[in-house]
Ligand binder design. Structure first.
Ligand code: DP6
Length: 412
């Protein structure tokens, strides 16, 4: 390894994911091994993703990381476990053009700089750790020439945050709980890619929340310790649901998909209630959204919208197709209008063409304004994000998107 002050870097983009069959409960807290399988849909990274630049240079004196522009500590065991597992697997790297050669053995001594950024507001309470750890592991694997497939990488990302393992793939993804003690079979696999069921439209309602929420990590620990319903769920309910969900996804059977998704979200929240002391993630707005969707599906001849809620009040709504999504957006904006000082551009984010199709871009039409005048739910939803099933992680070739300076390896 030459001793010049070179910097080598890789920038990658990784999507976030939303579970339709939830992971809740660990059998091993250190390796992050779950008590049941789970299934998720990956969201389009154009709307929700993490961008991470990782770099290495002989001039770096320690591992450092910046998250959304602020330096954070890497001393936590989850970061340390991911870094250790990736370093063990690092290979030789050669850049002939720049005359740089890093040998496998050099990686132990070399330090890393990492900068990560979410393209969605962090305060939104959307699963940012899933995309974050998946992106960290994926980009480091590329930088260090790690010769492992995405499933093997998922077992490393899992040690950062359980749900992160499912962000190594696009489309619909299953996390096999595995049964080996070392966790080597607790990996994610892709069920179908993002093109398989691309009619689906995903609308996230970011619900205003004042309460401080219990983190997933401590919430699921308390459920494992105290909820009998969780034992029943993991042993009896989820194994059957996983098979049914795999069938529903394979056959694009939206009726079955909706039934399973909604039931599983509701059972997860029932487990939270069954935890001692009980955990309340949903709030009145979440409940109102559930009622709206249940009513909608009853009025339609077959279900048109699925809902699911993670460890917070935000609703993730999955519409059968674009036509339903446009109507749903109209209904949502009618029931949950923006505050008078909020314009539509900052109220509906992501794929805003849905708003255009709904005839709602810019100013709300007077007709709807008149209708919502009597509504008392202004401000209950902070904003909506429109998305769809998306692809897995990619390396970005465009160096201008790097978050670190190519000469110094410090944040731009
Ligand atoms: C409700 O993956 O955030 O979103 O493994 O402790 O980091 P840790 O927990 P995390 O839990 C996610 C829980 C969930 C359901 C899911 O994504 O499957």
């Amino acid at each position: 390894m030459a001793e010049e002050k070179w910097v080598v870097m890789v920038t990658a983009q990784t999507p976030t994911n939303i579970a339709v069959i939830k992971y809740w409960g660990k059998r091993d807290e250190v390796r992050i091994l779950p008590i049941n399988d789970s299934i998720s849909v990956t969201l389009d990274p154009d709307h929700l993703c993490t961008l991470t630049t990782v770099s290495v240079s002989p001039s770096f004196d320690r591992d450092r990381m910046w998250l959304n522009g602020k330096e954070i500590s890497l001393s936590g065991s989850r970061y340390q476990n991911c870094l250790r597992e990736i370093r063990i697997r690092a290979g030789d790297v050669e850049d002939k053009e720049k005359g740089i050669k890093i040998e496998k053995k050099d990686w132990e001594k070399l330090h890393l700089h990492i900068a990560s950024h979410n393209n969605f507001p962090t305060a939104a309470g959307l699963a940012s750790s899933a995309a974050g750890f998946a992106c960290l592991v994926f980009s480091l694997a590329k930088l260090m020439n790690v010769n492992e497939d995405p499933s093997q990488l998922s077992a490393i990302a899992r040690q950062g945050s359980g749900s992160a393992c499912r962000s190594l793939f696009g489309g619909f993804v299953k996390w096999n709980m595995g049964n080996k003690e070392d966790g080597s079979d607790s990996v994610a696999v892709q069920l179908v890619d993002d093109k398989h069921w691309d009619d689906l439209v995903i609308i996230i309602a970011v619900v205003s929340s004042r309460e401080k929420e219990t983190s997933s990590t401590s919430g699921m620990r308390e459920s494992v310790e105290t909820s009998l319903l969780l034992q029943h769920r993991a042993q009896e309910v989820v194994p059957v649901r996983i098979l049914q969900m795999e069938e529903a996804i394979k056959n694009r059977d939206f009726t079955s998909f909706t039934k399973l998704t909604c039931s599983d979200s509701n059972q997860f929240h029932a487990v939270c209630m069954d935890t001692s002391p009980p955990i309340f993630y949903m709030n009145d707005t979440s409940h109102r959204i559930i009622s709206l969707v249940e009513k909608w599906n009853r009025a339609a001849s077959t279900p048109e919208i699925a809902y699911t809620f993670d460890a917070g009040p935000n609703a993730v709504l999955i519409a059968r197709n674009r036509k339903v999504a446009v109507e749903l957006m109209q209904g949502l904006l009618y029931c949950f209008p923006p505050k008078p000082d909020t314009d539509m551009k900052s109220y509906v984010l992501g794929d805003t063409s849905i708003v255009k199709e709904a005839g709602l871009e810019g100013e709300l039409p007077q007709g709807i304004k008149d209708k919502i005048g009597s509504q008392d739910q202004k401000g209950e939803v902070s904003y909506f994000i429109c998305s769809r099933p998306g692809r897995g992680p990619v390396v970005l070739q465009d160096q201008t998107q790097a978050l670190l300076h190519p000469q110094t390896g410090l944040p731009k």
